[in-house]
Write a protein that binds this ligand. Structure first.
Ligand code: DSN
Length: 443
């Protein structure tokens, strides 16, 4: 009869395997393990998510979590920050080099805090901002009424043209001339086309506004040079570091030299206290990796995969917002079909394809229902998938949507999705715990 191991024995075994979490908190350890399995067994098509490299996970899960480092390199409010100064300087220098930026702040906890600090540096409360509508592909922090940006500032929105579903630059100019905003924001979270940053800069110059580009979604493409950079055109560029850039969750601000002091002051002490130094160091690793030739190849594949996925979905008769994609994401337009975005997301989820419902321009359905599905290729490309696999994924999506009321068909697709997913694991050298192995004393 097999001897069942006691909790202590289990614990000792786990610690010996470098798995301290399992010993300290088996409940959370189990959930992390399950999430690790989910990531390996499902296919993640969420356009804003990615698979962070092991070096990033390792930096995040390190002793760097222990330190307060309020302030900036050589100007800290606590002792013991010399090594953190070196890490932050490396992150700053690498960000400046990667994006050809005069000034970089690597401390924002997120894209939202990056945007908040940038607005506070450039504007007074009640000043006017001109930004893209959320329901045409913009972002919450670009002036949505429920967000700080919509509450603190007077926001006017531009959108896309009904006909082309692309940004209507004539409308942007006309609104800028009418409302004389102090700040124009370009950038989006659900826009599959290239944005003409030069055109935005011309419009901003005509009305004496500053231009801020939020490049969170496309930062990796920009870093790799496979998408035009906003840096030559914008006064301030904000970003996250975890989307196409494939780094830790966090934010980044790049700006012209003359705005550097004001931006830094609004991050600390303006909006944040102690920086998350494990994330700052992980951003340094991310920028290092993003400057390597392999990253360029990866980003080109992200775009090639998005195009292949778009073409294959269209062959299945599915419509795409704006008719295709220039970047890492695409939007299926379901407004002429019987299924809503919400229902489509649920059906795809049942077969292991993780997506998000998304409003489409001029969507007749409310935001919780929507008529669209947003898909992105950064995650699947990080797992090594190429055009051939995009064809399979498009087949699975189209068949699952068509046969959504046939449980046997859905089960067959779920099996195919699982086989494809496990053939392209997210990580090949993580222990089963889903955690980077613990180092040293486990408890
Ligand atoms: N939540 C992000 C996205 O999915 O695009 C934006 O912040």
């Amino acid at each position: 009869m097999q001897h069942s191991m006691s909790r202590t024995e289990n614990c000792n075994k786990a610690v010996a395997n470098g798995d301290a979490l399992c010993c300290v908190d088996p409940d959370i350890a189990k959930l992390v393990r399950q999430e690790w399995q989910r990531q390996n067994c499902e296919i993640n098509l969420i356009a804003s998510e990615n698979v962070a490299p092991l070096a990033i996970l390792q930096t995040l899960g390190s002793v760097l979590v222990n330190k307060y480092a309020e302030g900036y390199p050589a100007q800290r409010y606590y002792a013991g920050c010399e090594l953190y100064d070196d890490m932050e300087r490396l992150a700053i220098e690498r960000a400046q080099q990667l994006f050809a930026a005069a000034h970089a702040n690597v401390q924002p906890h997120s894209g939202s805090s990056a945007n908040l600090a940038a607005y506070l540096a450039l504007l007074q409360p009640s000043d006017t901002i001109l930004a893209m509508r959320l329901d045409h592909g913009g972002h919450l922090t670009h002036g949505a009424r429920v967000n700080f940006s919509g509450r603190l500032f007077n926001v006017v929105h531009y959108g896309v043209s009904r006909h082309s579903q692309r940004i209507d630059y004539d409308e942007v100019l006309q609104l800028a001339q009418q409302h004389r905003p102090k700040l124009i924001i370009a950038g989006a979270s659900a826009y599959p086309r290239r944005i003409d940053f030069g055109r935005f800069a011309d419009i901003a110059a005509q009305v004496d506004a500053k231009l801020l580009v939020d490049m969170a979604h496309i930062a990796g493409l920009v870093a790799a040079g496979v998408h035009p950079s906003p840096l030559p055109h914008a006064h301030v560029v904000t970003s996250t570091t975890h989307k196409t850039l494939r780094g830790p969750r966090g934010g980044l601000i790049l700006c012209r030299q003359e705005l550097g002091k004001a931006i830094d002051k609004q991050i600390f002490p303006g909006c944040q206290g102690g920086p998350l130094m494990q994330a700052v160091a992980a951003k340094a690793v991310c920028f290092y990796m993003a400057a390597r030739p392999a990253f360029r190849q990866y980003q080109q594949q992200v775009i090639d995969n998005a195009r292949a996925l778009a073409a294959a979905l269209q062959q299945h008769g599915l419509s795409l917002v704006s008719g295709g994609t220039d970047n890492h994401l695409l939007l299926i337009d379901l407004h002429n079909s019987e299924i809503s975005g919400q229902e489509a997301e649920a059906v795809l989820s049942r077969v292991g394809l993780v997506t998000n419902k998304n409003g489409i321009p001029f969507d007749p359905k409310p935001p919780r229902i929507t008529s669209g599905i947003r898909l992105g290729t950064p995650g699947v490309t990080s797992r090594g998938m190429k055009q051939q696999q995009m064809q399979y994924i498009a087949d699975y999506i189209a068949t699952a949507l068509t046969k959504r009321n046939e449980p046997d068909s859905l089960q067959t697709i779920a099996q195919q999705v699982r086989e494809l997913a496990v053939a392209f694991p997210a990580y090949t050298s993580l222990p089963d715990s889903g955690c980077v192995a613990a180092i040293g004393d486990a408890t």
